[in-house]
Ligand binder design. Structure first.
Ligand SMILES: *Cc1c(COP(=O)(O)O)cnc(C)c1O
Length: 471
């Protein structure tokens, strides 16, 4: 399998070449040159496989530069019941007739990002070890991504993590999760500023090419292909759990921000998994819902980006969306480039409403969408608690609200549960008047010793810190 860029660069690259990279050199995103096809007979063979073996089967269709036995061992080491709390890894439970929740948030940091990041940690360690190289991951987080990255990379050989976060602005639970890690290769940098200041620092450091090369600076952001690929696996698992041996179609609803999660569903569907609809659920930051309703993709400014109670979906643009648009346009790289590079840069938007391909988004690719608000979240959390005695988090609530608008008789609808309620306790208290239950392993973490360094919002000081801790 070779990988190409969504902006027309056809230089074929293998999996391990793009594993440690972000964007392609032409500014596009990597995609496989074709989607391997999985037929009904293969699905039947895969139905009873344990999750880690299913992951190996799917990953091996895309990775041919890691020996099969090594890849199998990496998958087996990653997807264990000990780490994910359940033998199914992503267990399914039925809420009401035909409507299911698939739990993706039982990993170490209680959000779905663990599903991919845990594998990435093991792949990075493996590949860096093979090359005899080291990598210093520099990131910015307002919560979920940073903790998922740290828990995936902690104790890994050849990898250090320098994670900036806005000082005092994460929830006490999120701070405790990250800052209580005592691993020597994890560095928490609390920046005097807001999340944008942290992102600016990461950009400034990455733009200093000499520094970047000398200190081997890398990232683990959501456009990384390996992260997306790891997420493809749970759509297969969800389909197996929601269907009997006779198979049939299943729809998925995905609480969405950067379009990484639902893009993995798109890949699964392109491989031939019988997915009927892929429903994109957004919060008040409805860039994606607007596109699927109108054909207009309009990037928002920071004044137009709302701070909501499902904060991991508070995005102004959807960084993985370009992958889907490339497929929608029949894989026309120069057209994708003109939309994302030229039109977005000059006007902040593009409009496909008058283009015949826009109808394909729903017709050929199965996409639908919807939007949810703070009031919807509260109502959905209350309703789910009262009627089913199931406590869901705010992001999953956005998904469930939108899923109900898209259910079709006879087609199971699976809502992806993307975080556990304990991460967003304040809104749970607002909805229910009580604190969510805390998993035993997180009892009292706020009281643990914290390992964090406070720095001013100054890229030079962050560089200095990295240089001093890269020995
Ligand atoms: C990251 C995240 C999302 C959004 O996922 P995307 O891949 O960015 O669309 C939704 N819910 C939670 C809890 C998340 O952490």
């Amino acid at each position: 399998m070779r990988y190409i860029s969504t902006r027309g660069d056809q230089t074929p690259r293998r999996f391990c070449e793009i594993l440690l990279e972000g964007l392609a050199p032409d500014g596009g995103l990597y995609l496989p040159e074709r989607y391997p096809q999985v037929d009904a007979a293969t699905l039947a063979q895969w139905r009873e496989l344990p999750y880690h073996e299913l992951a190996f089967q799917i990953l091996s269709l895309y990775i041919d530069d890691i020996p099969a036995e090594d890849l199998r061992a990496l998958c087996a080491k990653t997807y264990t019941a000990e780490v994910f709390g359940d033998a199914d890894i992503t267990p399914l439970r039925e809420l009401e007739d035909g409507l299911y929740l698939q739990g993706l948030s039982n990993g170490p940091t209680l959000a779905f990002k663990d599903m991919a990041m845990q594998l990435l940690g093991n792949l990075f360690e493996y590949e860096l070890g093979r090359r005899g190289e080291e990598l210093n991951i520099l990131g910015a987080t307002s919560g979920d991504t940073g903790s998922a990255a740290e828990y995936a990379m902690r104790g890994k050989k050849g990898v250090r993590v320098f994670m900036t976060s806005p000082d005092g602005r994460m929830s006490p639970f999120q701070q405790a999760q990250m800052f209580s890690l005592q691993d020597a290769n994890i560095h928490n940098l609390a920046i005097a500023g807001v999340f944008d200041d942290c992102q600016d620092i990461v950009k400034a450091v990455s733009n200093d090419l000499a520094f970047k090369r000398r200190y081997r600076i890398g990232t683990v952001n959501s456009i990384n292909w390996a992260r997306l690929l790891a997420q493809v696996v749970y759509y297969f698992k969800g389909w197996f759990l929601a269907t009997g041996p006779q198979g049939g179609e299943v729809s998925f609803t995905v609480p969405s921000g950067n379009f990484g999660n639902v893009c993995a569903g798109h890949v699964a569907r392109m491989m031939g998994l019988p997915i009927r609809k892929l429903v994109v659920a957004t919060n008040e930051n409805d860039v994606l819902d607007e596109f699927f309703r109108t054909g207009v993709y309009r990037v928002r400014g920071s004044a137009d980006t709302h701070e909501t109670s499902s904060p991991s979906m508070d995005i102004s643009k959807a960084s993985n969306f370009e992958r889907f648009v490339f497929d929608l346009l029949g894989r026309d790289g120069s057209r994708t480039r003109s939309l994302f590079h030229d039109q977005i840069a000059s006007t902040g938007q593009f409009d496909l409403s008058a283009d015949p391909v826009f109808a394909d988004a729903a017709g050929k690719f199965g996409f639908a969408s919807g939007r949810s608000t703070h009031a919807d979240r509260l109502a959905t959390i209350r309703d789910t608690d009262r009627r089913f005695a199931v406590l869901i988090d705010t992001h999953t609530a956005d998904g469930l609200k939108v899923a109900r608008e898209q259910v079709e008789p006879g087609v199971p609808m699976v809502v992806l549960e993307t975080a556990l309620p304990i991460k967003f306790a304040a809104t749970i208290v607002e909805a229910l008047g009580r604190e969510p239950e805390r998993p035993a392993k997180f009892e009292g973490i706020e009281a643990l010793p914290k390992r964090v360094v406070k720095l001013p919002a100054d890229a030079e000081r962050v560089k200095q810190y990295i240089a001093e801790h890269c020995a």
